[in-house]
Design a protein around this ligand. Structure first.
Ligand code: ZN
Length: 214
């Protein structure tokens, strides 16, 4: 299995690979993205996301996740970092964490896109990445399950990692995409079993009205 981790020609846009740019993303790609200040509550914690779920970001995420174009983590993390930098509610993050994948699912894909995003973003923020939970149940992909069954599908699928000793800290929990928020809810409830922490969620976009979920 070969992962497209490194996109070598740094004079070209990381997303389209067509246009030259000084940055990771060219102006044409930026124009095709719909920047918003998206957020909604999942129980007591808020999920934030900087992009409206249009076809362009949908395609970029698909390429990243399912076609192993892992170099796309660079422009995606840059978008998240810029969003956080401008957002008062997301200042003072102590740790970045991520939604884990179950071992066999991780083996099949070869990487966890949420973990890649967390690593890249933590570097930019100059904070540490922390693993707080494991996924111990192989669930069906949330987007293969009807909206009403998703809560049941993800239930009890995470297990806390013991004694992280981070009480009082603020955790930024990363996933690539949110729809119903069931995955984020289940993950945060599992984290809170062992840790008295403040959790904020960050995703690239939300397909809340769409059909894809994770
Ligand atoms: Zn481009």
């Amino acid at each position: 299995m070969i992962f497209d981790f490194i996109f070598f020609n740094q004079n070209y846009c990381y997303v389209c690979k067509d246009e030259k740019t000084e940055n990771l993303i060219c102006s044409s790609c930026l124009e095709r993205l719909d920047f918003i200040d998206g957020n909604f509550l999942v129980d007591n914690n808020r999920v934030y996301y900087p992009l409206f779920y249009n076809n362009y970001i949908k395609e970029i995420i698909r390429e990243f996740k399912f076609h192993k174009k892992t170099y796309l983590v660079k422009p995606l993390a840059a978008i998240l970092f810029k969003y956080i930098s401008q957002k008062e509610e997301l200042k003072d993050i102590d740790y970045v964490s991520f939604i884990p994948m179950e071992q066999r699912a991780l083996f099949d894909r070869g990487f966890n896109q949420a973990q890649l995003l967390a690593n890249e973003l933590a570097d930019l923020l100059d904070v540490e990445v922390i693993s707080l939970i494991e996924k111990n149940k192989k669930t069906r992909e949330q987007n293969k399950v009807s909206l009403t069954q998703r809560k049941e599908n993800i239930k009890n699928s995470f297990r806390p990692i013991d004694d992280c000793n981070i009480d009082g800290k603020t955790i930024l929990l990363i996933d690539d995409l949110v729809t119903t928020g069931n995955t984020l809810r289940e993950a945060s409830q599992t984290i809170l079993i062992n840790n008295k922490v403040n959790i904020k969620f960050l995703t690239i976009t939300s397909s809340r009205i769409g059909e894809d979920d994770d």
